[in-house]
Design a protein around this ligand. Sequence first.
Ligand code: BV8
Ligand code: ZN
Length: 247
Amino acid sequence: MNETEIEQAAELLAKASSVCVSSGAGMSAESGIETFRDENGLWSKFDAEELATPEAFERDPVKVWDWYRHRRRQLATIEPHAGHRLLAEWEERVDDFVVVTQNIDGLHHAAGSQNVIELHGRMDAVRCVSCDYQLQGLDDLGPEPRCPKCQDWLRPGVVWFREMLPPGAIEAAFAAAQRCDVLLLIGTSGVVQPAASLAEAAKSYGAAVIEVNPNQTALSSLADVHVAAGCRDALTALDKAWRRVGS
Ligand code: BV8
Ligand code: ZN
């Protein structure tokens, strides 16, 4: 990890009174959840179009539920890591600190973050396709989860491709991106829209963009500082440098 980048990023954070974090699957990778587009990622074993779409669920709900049951079981065994916990701490250090996440694992909340905007829903949420029945939790609902109120199918409370995001979520996310002094991109390949447009929006409103990612991404050209490292090490180093700069 390059000390200069860490120092530059810490200087930007120390001066900021408003920070917007945009996190993706790379943030959860170090808690043991596979990413989507890395070589051993989730999509490499499954085709997104095949499983994370309303059409796939319509066509073969049992197959889609098999995939989510596997991921929900995994979710029941993992914890937030030091990087998640630092983001929760930083909420106290900056007047206006918001985490916008594409992740559906709830790890930011579990680490103590309060201001979290979950763009793609939550995997531990389940709802009926027909009525208002909802269920929270990671119990194994079996191969064909049915609504106890109306017997129709239950589905994961996540946003599939070509589905609208939760009402108000993307507006709140763009508002945070447009008012922030620093946009901190962590572990996202910048492929999925509309989340991927947050960095551009922040930049166009004058924010500095810091990217934390071991690899280059579709958003790297927007980054003022690129910390080429895993998020846990990068955020830990950033926290130390920020305390030094800020003291
Ligand atoms: C929408 C929930 C309006 C499900 C997910 C053509 C036709 C129709 C639509 C579109 C189209 N073209 C574009 C679209 C829009 C579409 C889209 O973006 N498609 C993409 C594929 C091009 N978006 C949508 O459909 C969205 N809805 O636009 O509604 C609409 C309505 C009707 C018609 C049109 C539009 C809904 C998108 C939500 C999809 N749901 N997840 C589930 O997960 O089961 S997306 C899924 O991808 C996850 O949420 C994931 O978070 C997300 C994005 O991926 P990343 O988080 O970036 O993860 P990735 O693996 O890609 O990258 C990981 C990164 O981490 C890498 O860069 C890696 O280097 C880095 N990394 C690895 N290790 C570490 C690390 N970084 C730091 N530390 C480490 N240790
Ligand atoms: Zn129902």
